[in-house]
Design a protein around this ligand. Structure first.
Ligand SMILES: [Zn+2]
Length: 348
């Protein structure tokens, strides 16, 4: 009996091998003045497979068939100028394989693959609907399955008329104009500390040593944990926002500009601004929220949310907003969030 790990590794290897075979053949044919098509390459491949690659039959046939479909898609994108020229895949960088729904069965926390049988997942699928496909991949020595599901029920659309402004910050992950704030999850801080410690100790270990290699693997797994925690907390915030508010305003942070500021860059990469915006965009699309991205130059932090007066200068260290015109005093992030929310009610 092959273990799930062996099976996954083998299927990833086959998917990678097939992709690389197809890409090489594509290039060869093209250089010989032919017009390669993935479909024809697949036929060619399947003709030699029983003799040349008999070991491929140990896993789902998708591992050695789907890469051709992906390749055609990749070249189509390339021809349209939407993507780069397809590249060869490397071991430990591209470890994944696709399985179509006729080769998957799901039952609660269990998933079944051909020639492997039932295996347990960490958690059951949270949506009900038709499973279209699965992609199994390796990250930091852990195996993940991502399931593509066609939802039976669209999520209920948001009926609230309320509006909200969201300030993404350093102190709190997100501060809302209604006064609610989402703090960074505690385990995140713990793991970030741990990561720092491990990275320091890595620099002291001898290059190429077994110990260094082991530590490197541990670091990768802490990284993966951090990504998961972060992702999870962002989902909580974006779900709350799209469930509770019909109108949402966020900043269009000039991320590349801010990344030059080292103090800020840490905070921004930590909260995953891109990911936050991506989640908010797709969730508000299917729940029908109105999402407004404030102009990049809108001074949400510098304006007084009470009288509208604009400060010329506001240091990053000033955590409380003081207005010299009207005397208004407020937490800096809350002041910014209210300014963002007010954009909903301004025309033009
Ligand atoms: Zn004021």
């Amino acid at each position: 009996m092959t273990s799930p790990r062996q099976y996954f590794k083998q299927a990833c290897g086959i998917a990678r091998f097939t992709w690389n075979w197809a890409l090489e053949e594509w290039k060869r044919q093209y250089e010989n003045g032919l017009k390669p098509r993935a479909f024809a390459l697949k036929k060619q491949f399947n003709a030699i497979k029983p003799v040349d690659f008999p070991w491929m039959y140990d896993v789902t046939k998708y591992a050695s068939q789907q890469p051709f479909i992906f390749m055609q898609t990749a070249f189509n994108r390339f021809f349209k100028g939407l993507g780069g020229y397809p590249q060869f895949k490397k071991k430990n960088h591209h470890d994944s394989f696709y399985v179509g729904n006729n080769h998957i069965k799901l039952d609660g926390k269990y998933i079944k693959l051909p020639k492997l049988g039932w295996i347990r997942m960490r958690e059951a699928l949270r949506f009900s609907g038709k499973v279209i496909s699965a992609t199994i991949s390796n990250k930091a020595n852990k195996w993940f399955v991502s399931l593509n599901v066609e939802l039976e029920q669209m999520p209920k659309s948001c009926e609230s008329q309320a509006g909200v402004g969201v300030d993404l910050g350093i102190k709190a992950l997100a501060t809302l104009s209604n006064g609610k704030a989402f703090e960074a999850p505690k385990p995140l801080k713990k793991f970030l500390k741990k990561l720092k410690r491990m990275q320091r100790s890595l620099s002291r270990r001898v290059k190429g040593s077994h110990n260094r290699q082991k530590l490197k693997q541990k670091i990768a797994s802490v990284h993966a944990k951090i990504t998961n925690i972060r992702q999870d907390s962002l989902h909580k915030i974006t779900r709350y926002l799209t469930d509770s508010f019909g109108g949402i305003v966020i900043e269009d942070l000039n991320v590349s500009g801010m990344l030059k500021n080292r103090k800020l860059s840490r905070a921004i990469t930590d909260i995953g601004f891109y990911e936050f915006r991506r989640q908010l965009e797709y969730k508000s699309k299917y729940k029908g929220n109105y999402l407004l991205i404030a102009d990049r130059w809108f001074p949400s932090s510098k304006n007084c949310s009470n009288c509208g007066q604009k400060k010329e200068e506001l240091k990053l260290s000033e955590r409380v907003y003081h207005c010299s015109a009207c005397g208004h005093e407020q937490d800096r992030d809350l002041n910014a969030a209210i300014n963002l929310k007010n954009l909903l009610y301004q025309s033009g």
